[in-house]
Design a protein around this ligand. Structure first.
Ligand code: TYD
Length: 393
């Protein structure tokens, strides 16, 4: 049974940046539910993929040093531990992971034309398609079974999980490995980072729910790693149950026990989370309004999809945060969805004109603080809303 626990208000499509001030924008209710049986957290409103993952999709995996490093390190690990003949990546984005492998060994699947073009141009075989069973059939006919299937921050964006894993199971070789990584529900609840939810993030996984899901397909998690990316992610290493070539790491049980200890299997945990989210909103608005009263200027740092949730849930407009800055070419000179705050092109001097920077890309805090030492030295301040809203000197 799906039980409702949080209403994040009306939200526009998170990655739908307009290049003009668009007064009327379509918004959708963002309500969160807990499934008492399989422990999956999901949003109720499902937007067709074609509306969200378009030919001009603005999210680029390679935009941060943190993500580039994370993918590079994983590529070394995959080569050393699994040495696969063929790697297929579902949601290969701009190739941040697959570019680290021999081109002959990798296949990318990427529904967004602009991103698929980037990897194709690099000579990487890329299918400009959505992941589904008919594609899996086509691929098996053409390339045979695949021994390593990888997907980061993609499977939680696809509504029909049965089709997702049926298709993976069809294409994966008998001793094949599936590696998936996504934001961790435990970290999200601990950090009160409600901005992990937006229309694209249909699910938020935990080891508990992935274990339940995998059971249905005769898969099991044999190893798990906590990552610092995206505010705390989990990387799941998955195999078929009948494949005995890998021992099940103690870390799997450890993670599940940690999640149970924190109460991820109980509805009450989500009701508490919901109360904390409301408090977070009130506190953030207090901070921003106080700064505005003192006639100080705030810029948003990182025009993230996460910030779109925060802006629209807290009703923050350009009176409070006058602009955002970002390095992504697809976002520059566009407007934050739903709130029409203009995104400016990042340059090293831009922060000099502002007193405060709201850290929209809080998940890259270390990288950004390192880059913006001067802003802090000159008395600039960051505002962060996780785990609770505060000003950082
Ligand atoms: P991210 O937090 O990965 O994504 P999401 O949209 O899923 O919430 O996005 C980070 C954004 O911040 C991305 O648009 C790039 C931008 N960014 C900068 O502008 N400068 C930086 O130094 C870093 C690390 C990111």
């Amino acid at each position: 049974m799906n039980k409702f626990f949080l209403n994040l208000g009306k939200q526009p499509l998170a990655n739908n940046y307009f290049n003009f001030y668009k007064k009327k924008q379509t918004k959708y209710n963002l309500n969160l539910f807990f499934n008492t049986k399989n422990k999956i957290i999901s949003i109720s409103k499902r937007i067709p993929s074609k509306k969200m993952f378009t030919k001009n999709y603005p999210y680029r995996s390679s935009m941060s040093r943190t993500m580039r490093n994370s993918f590079y390190k994983l590529s070394l690990e995959i080569k050393k531990k699994f040495n696969p003949n063929k790697i297929l990546e579902i949601g290969s984005n701009d190739g941040a992971l697959i570019k680290n492998f021999n081109k002959k060994k990798v296949i990318g699947i990427e529904p967004c034309d602009n991103l698929a073009k980037i990897t194709s141009k690099k000579g990487i075989l890329t299918y400009n398609n959505y992941w589904n069973f008919s594609l899996a059939q086509k691929l098996r006919k053409k390339h045979g079974k695949i021994d390593l299937i990888y997907s980061a921050n993609t499977l939680t964006h696809i509504s029909n999980l049965n089709d997702v894993f049926k298709s993976i199971s069809y294409l994966l070789s008998e001793n094949g490995i599936m590696i998936i990584e996504d934001p961790s529900l435990l970290e999200c609840i601990k950090k009160n980072s409600y901005d992990q939810f937006y229309n694209e993030h249909i699910y938020l996984f935990s080891a508990l729910s992935v274990k339940n899901l995998m059971n249905k397909f005769n898969f099991e998690i044999f190893d798990i790693k906590n990552l610092s990316t995206h505010g705390g992610s989990l990387r799941y290493f998955i195999k078929r149950k009948k494949n005995k070539s890998f021992k099940i790491s103690k870390d799997v049980k450890k993670q599940i026990n940690k999640e149970i200890k924190y109460g991820l299997h109980k509805f009450q945990t989500y009701k508490n989370f919901s109360k904390n989210v409301q408090k977070s909103k009130n506190r953030l608005l207090q901070i921003l309004n106080k700064i505005k009263k003192n006639n100080k200027k705030i810029i948003g740092y990182g025009a993230t999809a996460k910030s779109v949730t925060v802006l629209n849930y807290c009703n923050i407009d350009k009176d409070l945060i006058s602009n955002f800055i970002d390095t992504t070419p697809e976002k520059i000179n566009n407007f934050m969805p739903g709130k029409n705050i203009k995104i400016l092109k990042y340059n090293k001097k831009i922060l000099d004109k502002y007193d405060f920077a709201f850290l929209g890309a809080w998940n890259f805090k270390d990288e950004i603080f390192d880059k913006e030492k001067n802003f802090l030295k000159k008395g600039g301040r960051f505002i962060i809303h996780v785990p609770y809203p505060k000003i950082i000197k």
